[in-house]
Ligand binder design. Structure first.
Ligand code: ADP
Ligand code: ZN
Ligand code: ZN
Length: 727
């Protein structure tokens, strides 16, 4: 007897799967990865086969049979990967498995099916009918005439000459035409941003990197490589050549990019090089497109997959290569459950598949620097030197004028006079981040979160940037009636206006998640900046990512230390990356360029090293700091967050969690907290932090505690989330 061990696609934590089901022969070919519809208690739900066995611990009469086997499924290898993710990140098997199943397969059922296209062709009787004798209505005649040319026409084309599907069916019934149904994949549009350079002869450094990757693929040593090179040093060209090498070996390649919308150039370069063998997987696809791209990968029609973190689960067989571009980017960490890190998953998957993992960045993470063998691309491919960086002290009395330094204004004026473009980055959107009443001191905060509301002048609203709450911008204080309300600080809206004055009449383009919200607006803003002769692009981090504008001669960062002020051990690394990334985007063309960094902390190592383009120096000192403080990569961190509608309940739950985790922890693991975090979306939050020399025992202790607490009745209304390797 064949027994299927099935994980139900239910996310209830208290489940202890997998469950045994008897497999009747009538069900056909069922194996690991098959999706079954199963009776489960009184419900009928979907479940995934995670193992097949000969026997069960339960007597046969107590075993139910699945109701049907769906066509959809995952390979055994991917089932293992999904379960590994669930386990590593303290999630449930169902959540892990959903990552590797065909898109749309979930608790609610199956996703969209294939799309068929109807087409028609003329039969010999149809041709005769057209030639003479037979009575035809005007629509039928039009249809036959349209088809009398050469061959087959799609129903959509016939529709355009007024022949609808009904008319086609009638013609088919009379034997005058034949109808054909063919499967036609829905393909996502790939924006052509014109990055079509011919395939260049690789430089010596590029060749060295490529040889190491190819050697790894051919089964020799070195299955991991960190490709370290500034923007423009030719990393993407190495990726393209490596993917080519994989295809030549009949192996597939997965290319991860931080966010598809921010990487149109990478996508279009891969599409230009590999054509239909490229598939895109990302969240902005329609359900149908996603299904079809997934299917093209599964069938092997597409052998290169480009996408954000979730593309690490692409159903690619015979994987030879995984590339993680901009590997320092925090978007590789999933925010919701399971909070997986696509870089870790990529490493795991590459190991499983015997594939090579290539992580590329101008500003690698200290973890990667410490762990991975490395190839450097020390120079820009075009030979241009890196731009000089000037650090501007923004402390009082050092030449600042509002949010802009005097030197910044001078440099912008110079751009206006001598030509070229500028990019200005400020990591805060809106007009200003605080509003208060001059008379009584009232401050405007979000009713659901403990943060201040941000003034958005354009749409005259106050907005919460954490939960989306919004209210009209007040003209007077509701407490004291005063009309002297003060706006403090500057966001992108206000800076865009200041810049427009400073560089008038040059155009100023604002790019942030507000201005880029309408579909297509993001690329449109970039296109307008790209095609105008001169101008300034101002915006949040979005301006610093993924684009290549050869005529940018000035880059400015307005608040380089904003990220430094976060109470987080990664703030140094983030600040360095932010400054270095933007610095790398200036002066890519013939005219050279310069970079200005405004900061309140001109002496901070992250800023000093970034200004010197010294990634190695920064990483060496940062690793030393982490070694002393015992932070990753010299330890593993885990965060446990408990939230509740009332502060008391959150506090009590955090205490319980603390005590239970404590009881399970091996020696040497530090448990910090419970510490309050600011209230968010109406929920009070407490967090526990674990710092462990070894990962597995600590993850196990947390997992057991969470499973344990999930069933606890006294903790109703409490939500628990676990973040392994929090960002
Ligand atoms: P990165 O990914 O590191 O930013 P790219 O691969 O995009 O670098 O290369 C930057 C520019 O230099 C691109 O226009 C690319 O076509 C060009 N380039 C890359 N490698 C070479 C090379 N070996 N010879 C000439 N041009 C090159
Ligand atoms: Zn007031
Ligand atoms: Zn809020």
């Amino acid at each position: 007897m064949a027994i299927a061990k099935v994980e139900p696609l239910l996310t209830t934590r208290a489940l202890r799967g997998p469950f045994d089901y008897r497999l009747p022969a009538s069900l056909g070919d069922v194996g690991v990865g098959s999706v079954l519809r199963i009776p489960f208690g009184r419900q009928r739900i979907l479940g995934v086969v995670v193992d097949v066995a000969e026997t069960s611990d339960l007597p046969p009469e107590r075993l139910a049979e699945p109701l049907e086997a769906l066509e959809a499924g995952a390979t055994p290898e991917m089932v293992r990967l999904g379960l590994w993710v669930a386990h590593e990140y303290c999630s449930t098997p169902a959540r892990g498995l959903e990552l590797v199943l065909p898109p749309g397969t979930g608790r609610s059922g199956r996703g969209p099916g294939p799309r068929f296209e109807l087409s028609a062709s003329l039969t010999p009787p149809g041709r005769e009918a057209l030639a003479g004798g037979v009575r035809l209505g005007p629509v039928q005649r039009a249809g036959l005439e349209a088809l009398s040319g050469d061959g087959e026409l799609a129903a959509a084309e016939l529709q355009q000459v007024g022949v609808d599907t009904q008319a086609l069916r009638r013609l088919e019934a009379r034997g005058f035409i034949e109808l054909h149904r063919t499967e036609r994949a829905r393909r996502p549009a790939i924006v052509d941003v014109g990055a079509r350079s011919p395939r260049p002869e690789l430089t010596w450094d590029q060749k060295v990197a490529l040889v190491r990757i190819v050697t790894g693929m051919d089964g020799h040593d070195g299955r991991e490589l960190l490709l370290h090179g500034v923007t423009g040093s030719g990393k993407t060209e190495v990726y393209l050549a490596a993917a080519q090498a994989a295809l030549e070996r009949a192996r597939g390649a997965i290319v991860l990019v931080p966010e598809i919308a921010l990487a149109p150039q990478t996508v279009s370069r891969f599409a230009a090089r590999f054509g239909d063998r490229v598939a895109l997987l990302h969240s902005r696809l329609t359900a149908g497109e996603r299904r079809d791209e997934w299917e093209r990968l599964r069938s092997g029609e597409a052998r290169v997959c480009v996408g954000p973190r979730s593309a690490v689960f692409a159903p690619m067989r015979d994987l030879g290569l995984i590339i993680v571009d901009e590997e320092h980017d925090s978007s590789y960490k999933q925010e919701g459950d399971p909070r997986y890190d696509a870089r870790e998953v990529a490493a795991r998957r590459a190991e499983q598949a015997g594939a090579v993992l290539v992580c590329g960045s101008a500003t690698p993470r200290p973890e990667s620097w410490e762990r991975m063998p490395r190839s450097d691309l020390p120079e820009r491919a075009d030979g241009a030197p890196l731009p000089p960086v000037e650090v501007l002290d923004m402390r009082i009395g050092s030449g600042r004028e509002g949010p802009l330094h005097r030197r910044t204004i001078e440099a912008l004026t110079e751009v206006r006079a001598t030509g070229g473009k500028a990019i200005v980055m400020l990591n805060r959107r809106g007009w200003s981040p605080h509003l208060d009443c001059r008379a009584c001191g009232r401050a405007w905060g979000c009713p659901e979160c403990d943060v201040s509301l941000v003034v958005h002048r354009r749409d005259e609203r106050l907005r919460c940037h954490h939960c989306g709450y919004a209210e009209p911008l007040p003209s007077s204080c509701p407490d004291c009636g005063s009309v002297t309300l003060a706006r403090h600080g500057a966001g992108t809206e206000r800076v865009a206006e200041l810049l427009a004055e400073a560089v008038d009449p040059l155009p100023v383009f604002r790019l942030d998640s507000d201005s880029a919200a309408p579909a297509g607006a993001h690329l449109e803003i970039l296109r307008r900046f790209d095609t105008s002769d001169q101008g300034v692009l101002v915006g949040t981090q979005m301006v610093g990512k993924g684009h290549d504008f050869p005529d940018v001669v000035l880059s400015v960062i307005l608040d380089a230390d904003a990220t430094l002020r976060f109470p987080d051990f990664r703030s140094e690394e983030r600040t360095f990356a932010l400054v270095a990334q933007l610095a790398g985007r200036s002066g890519r063309g013939q005219r050279g360029g310069r970079v200005l960094v405004q900061t309140l902390a001109p002496q901070a190592p992250a800023i000093r090293h970034a200004a010197a383009h010294d990634a190695e120096g920064f990483l060496t000192s940062e690793l030393e700091r982490r070694r002393i403080l015992g932070y990753p990569p010299f330890s593993h961190l885990m965060r446990l967050e408990l939230t509740a509608p009332e502060a008391d309940l959150a506090e009590a739950a955090a205490q319980v969690a603390h005590d239970r985790v404590q009881g399970r922890l091996p020696a040497g693991v530090a448990l910090l907290g419970p510490a309050p975090r600011f209230r968010l979306r109406g929920r009070h939050r407490r967090q526990l932090l674990l710092k462990a020399p070894e990962r597995d025992p600590a993850v196990a202790a947390v997992r057991e505690t969470v499973d344990d607490l999930a069933g606890s009745r006294t903790l109703r209304g409490v939500a628990i989330s676990v973040d392994v390797d929090p960002q």
